[in-house]
Design a protein around this ligand. Structure first.
Ligand code: PLP
Length: 380
């Protein structure tokens, strides 16, 4: 068992839910290959069918439009690379935002190397982009738009549904991809109500193990596969299905959906934490309260966030200075928001679960207070 730490980094990853672990163990016992034509195979295929139905229901789509992948990153890569290719005849222009996850941004950079031109919409000081900004960036040669639903560092909910409408009013053939990895089951409406053609989700943000994701592909969008081989997932994503991971994903989805008060509880603990932080640390500033219940961004201006994160980590308190994928590099999201330098230096992300407690919040607040009292700051 792992040592118990005070964990406020649920946007980086979540503990595997007991329901998901039980489903994983059970499915590992059913070791058949879903493509095999004997009883073990049939059992595995039947279970896979049921699990796909469960995850598809949570997204609000028919099971035939949901394809399992190895992670959110694979889903984003598939959507962007093959989506851009599908619309090659329209042109080689892509629109995205400067605050996307690296899974989208690095894929865009790679596509730039292949001759695509990418417009990166700049956020305002609140980390928001507007429908008007997006509409102004569309061009006759725009092939694809990719916009995240929830920013993983600020918790801002981007106006995806309205942006889809604006894009489709301009030209219905432009494909709209939404990275909804941080929005899946964290926002009230089913994801397909956004109207996007392609939607990426990931299991480990909702209590499934790492290494399982999915891509929703709207009916009629003829995306070519990224992985070719044995023709699994209707020929669109080859590779023997990760049946145990998928079973765990479906069980996590079911357990999360059954907890109907989860968003209210998460919002309440975030509010409590922010109130306590404001009372205890007058120097602390809030970068973003977050529109979603589980993420917010704060700053201790003039402090070095990597040092604060390390000092808290040594005390068993886990927070981050941005996306877990930065590994200590300054956050491109906070930088794109044009925050003053001392704010940028001290930026921290806190992320919550419905089961985070006030005692844990108090431990976090005390640890931050102690760090601020002992660490060097460029401001006095
Ligand atoms: N997109 C966003 C917004 C994320 O926050 C993450 C993970 O942090 C990903 C994509 C990548 O998902 P995965 O870790 O499943 O590859």
């Amino acid at each position: 068992m792992q040592q118990h730490l005070t964990y406020f980094d649920y946007a980086a990853t979540t503990p595997v839910r007991p329901e998901a672990a039980a489903a994983l163990a059970d499915a590992l016992g059913q070791f058949g290959n879903p493509s095999s034509r004997y009883e073990y195979g049939r059992q595995a295929a039947q279970r896979l069918k049921e699990d796909r139905e469960t995850v598809a229901r949570a997204l609000g789509c028919p099971p035939a439009e949901l394809f399992f992948t190895s992670c959110g990153t694979e889903s984003d890569n598939w959507a962007l690379r093959r989506g851009a290719e599908l619309n090659r005849r329209r042109g080689r222009h892509i629109v995205t935002t400067a605050i996307e996850h690296a899974a989208v941004l690095e894929t865009c950079r790679d596509l730039e190397g292949q001759g695509y031109e990418v417009t990166y919409l700049k956020p305002d000081r609140a980390g928001q982009v507007s429908v008007e900004q997006l509409a102004a960036a569309l061009r006759p040669d725009t092939a694809l738009v990719s916009m995240m639903l929830v920013n993983n560092e600020t918790g801002a909910v981007l106006p995806v549904a309205d942006c889809v409408k604006a894009v489709k009013a301009y030209e219905p053939a432009i494909l709209f991809h939404c990275d909804a990895v941080q929005g899946f089951l964290k926002t009230p409406a089913p994801l397909t109500s956004l109207g996007a053609d392609l939607i990426s989700v990931s299991g480990h943000k909702i209590g499934a193990p790492k290494g399982i994701g999915a891509l929703y592909i709207k009916k009629g969008v003829r995306l070519r596969p990224l992985l070719t081989g044995g023709g699994q997932e209707e020929g669109l994503r080859s590779g023997t299905e990760a049946t145990a991971q998928i079973a765990a994903f479906a069980a996590a989805v079911q357990a999360v959906c059954a907890d109907e008060a989860r968003l209210e509880r998460t919002a309440a603990i975030k509010e409590y934490t922010l109130e306590r932080l404001k009372q205890t640390l007058p120097k602390l500033k809030i970068i973003s309260q977050g529109d979603v219940p589980h993420i917010c961004a704060i700053t201790l201006p003039g402090y070095k966030s990597e040092v604060v994160v390390r000092v808290l980590g040594d005390r068993g308190v886990c927070i981050s200075s941005g996306s877990a994928c930065h590994k200590g590099k300054p956050s491109h999201v906070f930088a794109a928001m044009n925050l003053p330098k001392p704010w940028l230096d001290g930026a921290l992300r806190l992320s919550f679960s419905p089961d985070s407690t006030q005692e844990e919040a108090d431990t976090l607040v005390q640890a931050l207070k102690d760090a601020a009292a002992t660490l060097f700051t460029t401001l006095s």
